[in-house]
Design a protein around this ligand. Structure first.
Ligand SMILES: CC(C)(COP(=O)(O)OP(=O)(O)OC[C@H]1O[C@@H](n2cnc3c(N)ncnc32)[C@H](O)[C@@H]1OP(=O)(O)O)[C@@H](O)C(=O)NCCC(=O)NCCS
Length: 174
């Protein structure tokens, strides 16, 4: 089930992040795996602002989550993470479609995200969901700030990409 995150989901969301990060170690991206998950305070800010969703198992325990920022009239996916035990069951896609509906309800223009260009479950995955690369000369000031802060954090040790998906009634426009 997909639902808005609740305060009691926040510790599970951190656990999901740690577990999912391990997949990066096999690609020689140990620093990504070792990056600490978002703090409870950070997650609480998203949750209290209605910008955090979870996918839950049959016991209503969070097994995947998504966080969104609003960046220059686009819903910016700050994070989408699925616990490896629940991967490849469509939960990531359902969370992204939930955020797309939310963005459409707010009248936002579309969705953006930054991700690793060459990680199979990153840029190629989002391309399958209708996201397209955004060339640097089209980045908004807000996207530039996000990319810069990721560089400051060392994420550009591997190729990064900005991607965008336009919305029409919550659906992707190709
Ligand atoms: C990226 C992620 C959210 C996808 O969620 P998901 O629920 O597993 O994905 P879905 O079920 O919606 O879609 C499955 C598709 O994702 C891609 N995918 C997922 N895991 C993959 C893997 N380990 N290797 C290659 N492709 C993968 C494939 O395209 C797959 O389709 P297929 O099963 O038909 O091959 C999830 O893999 C994840 O949490 N990864 C770690 C954290 C992360 O990288 N987050 C994104 C940061 S920008």
């Amino acid at each position: 089930m997909i639902r808005e995150a609740r305060a009691e989901d926040l510790p599970a969301m951190r656990g999901i992040e740690v577990a999912a990060g391990e997949a990066f170690r096999n690609l020689g991206m140990g620093a990504v795996a070792d990056d600490p998950p978002p703090s409870l305070e950070t997650l609480a800010n998203y949750q209290q602002d209605g910008r955090a969703w979870v996918a839950t198992d049959s016991g209503d325990v969070a097994v995947a989550y998504l966080l969104v920022d609003v960046v220059e009239r686009f819903a910016h996916i700050e994070q989408v993470t699925v616990h490896p035990l629940y991967a490849r069951q469509g939960l990531g896609r359902k969370l992204i479609e939930e955020a797309a509906l939310w963005a459409a309800t707010l009248g936002l223009k579309g969705m953006t995200l930054t991700t690793f260009a060459d990680v199979p479950w990153n840029a190629p995955y989002y391309a399958r969901l209708g996201f397209q690369p955004v060339p640097e000369d089209e980045w908004s000031a807000g996207l530039r700030r996000i990319v810069q802060s990721e560089r400051d954090h060392g994420l550009d040790a591997w190729p990064r990409i900005v991607m965008k998906r336009r919305l029409a009634g919550g659906r992707a426009v190709y």
